[in-house]
Design a binder for this molecule. Structure first.
Ligand code: NAD
Length: 357
């Protein structure tokens, strides 16, 4: 039987995860669920944000549904034991190298975007961000003291051909099932790692994906185009650093963090399986946690991604996507409230999605 590891975490993580699991239950699939602690909850109970037991379960699970971790309660905890170290640890240990962040605007929500509705209506783009390499992991790194008494902070942006190829392959495969267009984003004009990124993406496209339309774009231009004309994009392929920034920008175009899911995929193993973690892009939202008002849609859509990518059930994923759109046309949580529709809490929004299923 399919085994799912559920790691609700902290703050609103457990609230939105509970809502998503009710939606899963309503689908009537036979899936074995194993719940465990992660982040601040695990630190409080066991003194570490990612217990070895949980990591072991994560390695064996068919997929992981993750809530969110962190909060002011753990602000004084040393960095390696902070709740956020759990998500970094999982990414690193499971080699979750491809972060998929869709930015989609349902027609009913075009009014929620800070951009004019005509700029975002119908938006449906996917950012594929490399997640285990680049400047966040490159060596050497550090802060050194200089002879004149000042300091120098430094990091290294480095990518190998293999790292670029494997994430580009994910982007090209995705585009094959979408509109067939990939914008590869780099700073090849000023960075050697960007030159290699561009050359490698182009060579892979020419060799294995001749039907894909590949454009290369500088990261600064991509940021500008995401605000001026986001509808021009289908799949955006980029590095860890640029992806971090551009995916938040794309998220902002849709209006609320509470609507956006994500997936992070590892390499395909010899048995054809791949490690995969699904989570909303938002954090633990300590300012609203415990009040039952968090928007569960991002986590419900993360569940849909899990069904699509890990359980090979695109039919169920489509049903959830449509049900979320229908529910949002009937009611709204506080983060996307509109005078025209009733404002509801987390549980009632899940009820509306289940009713629409
Ligand atoms: P956040 O995403 O938690 O919250 C930002 C704002 O968005 C807040 O005003 C919050 O109320 C709102 N918001 C977030 N999710 C919402 C939802 N589902 N419904 C309605 N409103 C929602 O970001 P933050 O405040 O910068 O971080 C809070 C904590 O979360 C920090 O400890 C941070 O490190 C952690 N964090 C964890 C993850 C993760 O677990 N992957 C990601 C980002 C931040």
């Amino acid at each position: 039987m399919t085994a799912l590891l559920v790691l609700p975490g902290d703050g609103v993580g457990p609230e939105v995860t509970r809502a998503a699991l009710r939606v899963l239950d309503a689908l009537g699939l036979s899936i074995e669920l194993d719940h465990d602690l992660v982040g601040g909850a695990a630190f409080d109970a066991e003194g570490t944000p990612l217990p070895a037991r949980v990591l072991d379960k994560a390695r064996r699970a068919d997929a992981i549904l993750f809530g969110a971790v962190g909060g002011p309660k753990w602000d004084d905890v040393p960095y390696p034991l902070r709740p956020e170290a759990a998500i970094i640890g999982l990414r690193k240990q499971l080699d979750l190298f491809a972060n998929l962040r869709p930015a989609r605007v349902f027609d009913t929500l075009a009014d929620v975007s800070p951009l004019r509705p005509e700029l975002v209506r119908g938006l449906d783009l996917m950012i594929v961000r490399e997640a285990t390499g680049g400047v966040y992991f490159g060596e050497p790194r550090g802060i050194e003291h200089l002879a004149d008494g000042t300091e120098r902070g430094f990091n290294t942006e480095a990518y190998t051909t293999v790292e670029i190829e494997r994430v580009a392959q994910v982007a090209f495969d995705l585009a094959t099932h979408r509109a067939g267009r990939v914008a590869s984003v780099d700073k090849a004009n000023v960075m050697e790692s960007g030159m290699l990124w561009r050359r490698t993406a182009q060579a892979l496209r020419d060799r294995d994906y001749p039907a894909i339309a590949l454009d290369h774009m500088y990261a600064d231009n991509c940021a500008m185009q995401l605000v001026r004309d986001p509808l021009r994009f289908d799949v955006i392929l980029t590095s860890n650093l640029f992806g971090d920034i551009l995916s938040d920008l794309a998220a902002a175009c849709t209006g609320s963090l509470g609507l956006l899911p994500s997936a992070t995929l590892g390499p395909i193993g010899p048995d054809g399986r791949r490690a995969a973690l699904y989570e909303p892009i938002h954090g633990s939202a300590p300012d609203i946690a415990g009040r039952g008002i968090a928007n569960p849609v991002a986590q419900i859509l993360s569940l849909a991604m899990l069904l699509r990518w890990s359980l090979d059930r695109p039919d169920m994923a489509d049903r959830i996507d449509c049900a979320c759109e229908a529910a949002l046309a009937r009611c709204r949580t506080a983060d996307i409230a509109t005078p025209a529709l009733p404002t509801v809490g987390t549980g009632a929004m899940a009820d509306a999605v289940i009713a629409a299923l």
